[in-house]
Design a binder for this molecule. Structure first.
Ligand SMILES: Cc1cc2nc3c(=O)[nH]c(=O)nc-3n(C[C@H](O)[C@H](O)[C@H](O)COP(=O)(O)O)c2cc1C
Length: 200
């Protein structure tokens, strides 16, 4: 499937085949593609928590508006981010480059994020949003459906997955085989409402 078709056919699916399992090869391929998503300064601040334990899925569903995707999707990924990844051995994000590049960019990372709590959090959300879309389009290309989700109690989910203090949860992406047609599209805003030329 080409990218255009993946974009056009991706929909937020509410009902998944709870009997379908993805193979480990498929999961590996999906994650390998997701890990190619861009992050600022290549800090790769996302962390992908794959909820495998059925009891944990049920517990998460109970704090996620009882949404069926949480238990029925073949894969439920909680997209989290380490908001301090910029400070944790940042040289590893550029280890394959030349000393010239390393000497320039590694100090720049610290200069950009140090004491900038809001920027650190914004960056976490940007990275996870992009990774979520990569996951959903890659899933589509592999013949799967998906649902992006933020309808859940973030604090309660954080407790259930033992989220570290310096991490945040951005959203879920549920992936699996859809078993019902999605709702009709809600309706896209006219392009002239959402696009501007040069300024507001
Ligand atoms: C950040 C985000 C959170 C969402 N949360 C939920 C959710 O909790 N449950 C759900 O069924 N759909 C959720 N959706 C799906 C949206 O309702 C859906 O993407 C939107 O209506 C457009 O439909 P489409 O994705 O099928 O084009 C979410 C989408 C996004 C981007």
């Amino acid at each position: 499937m080409d990218v255009r078709t993946a974009i056009q056919t991706r929909r937020a699916v509410k009902q998944f085949d709870s009997q379908h399992s993805m193979t480990q090869t498929e999961i590996d391929e999906l994650l390998a593609l997701a890990l190619l998503s861009p992050t600022a300064f290549n800090i790769q601040n996302w962390r992908f928590v794959l909820l495998r334990d059925p009891a944990l899925r049920r517990a998460v569903r109970a704090v996620a508006w009882d949404q069926a995707q949480v238990t029925d999707a073949s894969l439920l990924i909680i997209l989290c981010a380490d908001v301090k990844s910029w400070s944790k051995q940042p040289e590893r994000y550029w280890r394959n480059t030349t000393p010239d590049i390393q000497n320039f960019i590694v100090p720049a990372i610290g200069n950009y994020y140090r004491d900038q709590e809001q920027v650190q959090r914004d960056e976490a959300m940007r990275s996870c949003g992009i990774a979520a879309q990569t996951l959903m389009l890659a899933a589509r290309a592999m013949g799967y459906d998906s649902c992006p989700m933020d309808g859940f109690n973030f604090t309660a989910v954080g407790k259930l997955i033992k989220l570290p203090e310096d991490h945040v949860i951005a959203m879920f992406v549920a992936i699996g085989k859809g078993i019902h047609d999605p709702w009709p599209r809600g309706g896209q805003l006219p392009r002239e409402v959402v696009t501007l030329s040069d300024h507001f």
